[in-house]
Ligand binder design. Structure first.
Ligand SMILES: [Zn+2]
Length: 329
């Protein structure tokens, strides 16, 4: 994974200009299920979109918005990419969700982010870990991973919102996300590969096999989605209640160790309707190493990759094809 992150950094620092000269290079073989990139504004075409990879089944994204200014959007992407909004965090594994919203005080916990917060590690370790007996369900896994992380000295966290019973999309749609991984592994892996994270055929097939196992295991996923959030809290996860509607306009992919992106500062600068999903990919390898019960590097790598896939798949299930991926390295 460290090697992947190194490649990731190299890719972004080395190829960004070349890519901006040939913005559609990677979209040639994909069927455009999403609006044309020009809808996002010329200044942002240097960034890859979910739609280029035939991903983005959801509605969250700039093409569905009438309240944003394309120039401001382009400026925001550039500023986010420059690392201007990065702030230090003390944690080293994902604790809070990629969600771009804030709580009623306009704040977020300053901690590493992944889709679902700690639940990203739950799903990633399930998809990428040693094949487990089918007598384990999502609820038991959630409790076990949270307690393992606590034993290793990590904080854990989940969130809801002020208007839904399960206000975290990564949790509410966990089963759909597993289905998406099972059905669309090649598109999801193609996006990951573009970001410097290459999965082997063995890794891809084992992750797909595990996703299918879980989908066919009756009652693996809890019927009451909020029960997963409650169980997490009962086992020590910190809970954030976020407010309002999803206004995310892009995905900040942050590879700067020890940092996250300050959602409040983005709103303060551009307005409350300008939000970003934040993926702190630098924290995935540490999480994978710390919950890998198998002990081998091979599995740690596979879990880290599975966490990456779970993040891409969550973005694809919730987000629209017009969402750009903004690397911060
Ligand atoms: Zn969430």
């Amino acid at each position: 994974m460290f090697e992947s992150l190194k490649n990731l950094l190299k890719h972004f620092t080395g190829n960004q200009e070349a890519e901006s000269a040939v913005p559609a290079a990677s979209s040639q073989q994909s069927t455009p299920a999403a609006p044309a990139p020009q809808a996002v504004g010329k200044s942002s075409t240097q960034y890859h979109t979910l739609g280029e990879f035939n991903l983005g089944l959801g509605t969250i994204g700039p093409a569905n918005r009438k309240d944003i200014d394309q120039k401001v959007l382009g400026d925001m992407y550039q500023a986010v990419a420059s690392g201007k909004f990065n702030i230090p965090v003390s944690g080293v594994v994902p604790e809070i969700c990629v969600d771009g919203r804030t709580d009623k005080d306009g704040k977020r916990k300053e901690a590493p982010s992944a889709a679902g917060g700690t639940l990203s590690i739950v799903y990633g370790s399930d998809l990428g870990g040693t094949p487990t007996a089918n007598d384990i369900d999502e609820m038991q896994l959630t409790k076990r991973i949270i307690n393992t992380l606590k034993e290793k000295g990590h904080s854990t966290g989940v969130h809801g919102d002020d208007h839904s019973s399960c206000g975290c999309g990564a949790c509410a749609k966990a089963k759909t996300i597993y289905q998406h991984i099972a059905e669309r592994i090649n598109d999801i892996a193609a996006l990951a590969s573009q970001l410097g994270i290459d999965l082997t055929e063995v890794e891809k097939s084992s992750i797909v096999r595990q996703a299918k196992n879980r989908l066919s295991q009756s009652d693996f996923f809890a019927e009451d989605r909020a029960a997963i959030l409650r169980a997490a809290q009962e086992n020590g996860a910190i809970f954030e209640e976020l407010i309002g509607a999803h206004n995310e306009l892009g995905i900040a992919l942050n590879t700067k160790p020890g940092t996250t992106v300050d959602r409040s500062a983005i709103r303060a600068k551009y307005g409350p309707q300008y939000d970003m999903f934040v993926v702190d990919a630098w924290a995935f390898a540490t999480a994978a190493n710390d919950i890998n019960s198998n002990g081998s590097d091979e599995y740690a790598q596979r879990i880290a990759n599975a966490i990456t896939l779970q993040n891409v798949a969550t973005a694809s299930v919730l987000g629209h094809g017009s969402l750009s991926i903004i690397p911060i390295g």
